[in-house]
Design a protein around this ligand. Structure first.
Ligand code: KIV
Length: 268
């Protein structure tokens, strides 16, 4: 894997178009970045989930932009070839497109190749503003953890009549220039329909098998997160004696379509 060419946006587009699955994991430091990159993970996400998994907060809401810049820099140092996606934390992009630009710039200067925003309808203009100025954007839709309080808890989004709204959002963000969509906790059939139509890669977490790729929180799939796991998580350490082995198995199972198992890890 050390000979792999750098993963580019163009390469991710090709994978989406050809049906080759994209493997993404969260990553927060240089040591893990090296292991994940060597194991063939296509995208490292410096997720604001670091608030819960590293900082022991109960939600991601308290995470600061300075935290994200610091961890993005660490991951960039350990990574050689994976695409590096950095999360904009809560409050760092909501005020105005200009605020989003300044926060994105800080992540890009720390080594991110693309930024991810948790999007509501209000964010379309912000995504347009960023992409027009050369910042690649991933629009995170469906369940958005930063607004868990407003959503009334960890709930599947886009069921029943709400599916139409999710489809409209996907179209609006692609039209605004988003080069990647990420869907969290939506019905598998809805994610399948959007992925079949989408001109850009669609990454799923709790969104079924038929997305262009999958993401999990690293500490969840290594089974070191305290407490209950979400339904869509699989323990990849089980039956393996090393972290590198667990990550390699995750990559293999995503690529072969063995993970996720829709009967176990998806929603209807
Ligand atoms: O912060 C994060 O880890 C994420 C994933 C849940 C996709 O946004």
């Amino acid at each position: 894997m050390s000979e792999r060419k750098p993963v580019t946006l163009h390469r991710l587009q090709e994978m989406h178009a050809s049906g080759e699955k994209i493997a993404m994991l969260t990553c927060y430091d240089a040591a893990f970045a090296h292991v994940l990159d060597q194991a063939g993970v296509d995208i490292l996400l410096v997720g604001d989930s670091l608030g819960t998994v590293l900082q022991a907060e109960s939600t991601t809401t308290p995470v600061q932009l300075a935290d994200m810049v610091y961890h993005t820099r660490l991951v960039a140092r350990g990574n050689k070839t994976a695409w590096l996606l950095g999360d904009l934390p809560f409050g760092s992009y909501h005020e105005s497109p200009q605020q989003a630009w300044r926060s994105s710039l800080a992540l890009m200067q720390a080594g991110a190749h693309m930024v991810k925003l948790e999007c509501g309808d209000w964010a379309v203009d912000t995504v347009r503003f960023l992409t027009a100025r050369g910042i690649p954007v991933c629009a995170h839709l469906g369940f958005t953890p930063q607004t868990v309080s407003a959503l009334g808890g960890f709930k599947v989004q886009g069921r029943g009549a709400a599916a139409e709204h999710v489809k409209e959002q996907a179209r609006a963000f692609v039209e605004a220039g988003a080069q990647m969509l990420l869907f969290e906790m939506i019905p598998a059939a809805l994610a399948r329909e959007i992925t079949a139509w989408s001109p850009v890669p669609v990454i799923g977490i709790g969104a079924g098998l038929d997305c262009s790729g999958q993401v999990l929180v690293l500490h969840d799939m290594l089974d070191i997160t305290p407490g209950r796991r979400p339904r869509f998580v699989k323990n990849f350490m089980s039956g393996t004696d090393s972290i590198a082995g667990a990550v390699a198995r995750y990559v293999a199972e995503v690529k072969s379509g063995q993970f996720p198992d829709e009967a176990v890890h998806a929603f209807t």
